[in-house]
Design a binder for this molecule. Structure first.
Ligand code: TYD
Length: 225
């Protein structure tokens, strides 16, 4: 039987998060039921509508504060509707992005600062903290190239317009990257930083190692495969 654990994945667009979440979800499923995978923004019907609004490149003129508020509206809904109920039911929750994304993109990228993000997290999200955060930071150049290539392909295939962030300049992404590093330095007990250009298998191994360590930790109880 697995016990509940809230794991978030963070990183720049193109960091390989989605592949790694799927790999870890499969790893958990081999060990028992009760794994829930979700993402932000999105993950609920209301969240999907917020996602469309926030990521659509036609949302020109969206003020940075409004953008941050949308991210928190999405998150508050996801916590109420999906995340907290799953944790209460003893599930493992894997979430693609959480408040660290808001701190990195809106706090760092949009230069709104960390204090506002952390305060809103306390007010709107009950200060829910992940038990473990896996921060994937391949080299800056590698993720940027990968993200641009991938997003172009995705837009062509699906016709969905989620390009608003991809149109940002490199300086924006450098600020996001720096803020992620700052978060990792500030919270080493929660955030496991996987930095550098590793293969998909190598990153997966590092993730499994970090998860197993967390599950075996004194406060965490044991994993019973
Ligand atoms: P996502 O679909 O996870 O992008 P990717 O798969 O490329 O990592 O996230 C969409 C975008 O939303 C991404 O560019 C980061 C941005 N974002 C924020 O700016 N703030 C937030 O709080 C969240 C959750 C996402």
């Amino acid at each position: 039987m697995l016990r509940s654990l809230f794991i978030t994945f963070e990183g720049l667009d193109g960091s390989g998060k989605t592949t790694q979440i799927n790999r870890l979800a499969a790893w958990f499923k081999e060990r028992g039921p009760g794994v829930l995978v979700t993402r932000q923004p999105g993950g609920t019907a209301i969240g999907d509508r917020i996602r469309a609004l926030a990521l659509d490149s036609r949302s020109t003129g969206l003020a940075p504060m409004a953008e941050m508020a949308l991210m928190f509206a999405d998150r508050a809904q996801a916590i109420a509707e999906v995340i907290q109920p799953a944790l209460d039911a003893g599930k493992i929750v894997l979430c693609d992005r959480f408040t660290d994304s808001t701190e990195a993109y809106q706090g760092g990228g949009r230069e709104l600062g960390s204090a506002a993000v952390l305060e809103l997290h306390r007010l709107l999200c009950g200060n829910l903290q992940p038990g473990l955060t896996l921060l994937l930071l391949p080299s800056f150049e590698a993720s940027l190239t990968r993200a641009r290539r991938r997003n172009q392909r995705a837009s062509e295939e699906s016709g969905a317009d989620e390009d608003r962030f991809e149109q940002e300049q490199d300086a924006f992404y450098r600020r996001v990257w720096r803020k992620y590093m700052e978060i990792a330095t500030r919270e080493p007990a929660r955030v496991v930083l996987i930095e550098g250009d590793f293969s998909i298998d190598e990153v997966h191994e590092q993730i499994v190692e970090a998860v197993a360590k967390r599950l075996a930790g004194p406060a965490a109880g044991a994993l019973h495969p």
